[in-house]
Design a protein around this ligand. Structure first.
Ligand SMILES: [Zn+2]
Length: 133
């Protein structure tokens, strides 16, 4: 391999909405960077490979969209380390979510299930408490 790949900048991102992240000027600049990346051989190679980063499915190049792993509005940048090909289903399903958000949601769900399990253990199988008065 003659081409030397630049190590993508590592994103140390806090997953909170920050006004600096949603700064219109920054977003515009990052969108322009994304547009420029779309024309690079690097991106064409990825799209031509046809693999959705999220579901691993194989798609024709025109079905793949450019997806930011960390959304721009969450402080993500248009760098090779943060941009992946995504099928349209995965891209639209994701929205503003990030993998960290998924994890938090999963943990929160588990916590709620645990609490519900403790509080409502008796209710679990006794659907009919029989109000015979
Ligand atoms: Zn997909």
């Amino acid at each position: 391999m003659a081409k030397k790949t630049k190590t993508p900048e590592r994103e140390e991102t806090f997953h909170i909405l920050d006004s600096a992240h949603t700064d219109p000027v920054r977003l515009k600049r990052e969108r322009e960077k994304a547009r420029a990346l779309r024309k690079t051989q690097w991106w064409l190679d990825r799209v031509n490979r046809g693999i959705c980063h999220h579901c691993g499915g194989k798609f024709p190049p025109e079905k793949l969209t450019m997806d930011h792993l960390i959304p721009l509005a969450r402080g993500g940048t248009s760098t090779q380390g943060n941009i992946v090909p995504s099928c349209k289903d995965c891209n639209s399903a994701k929205g503003l979510d990030t993998p960290v958000d998924d994890l938090f949601r999963q943990l929160e769900g588990e916590r709620q299930a645990r609490e519900a399990g403790v509080a409502g253990a008796a209710d679990a199988d006794g659907a009919d408490e029989g109000e015979d008065s």
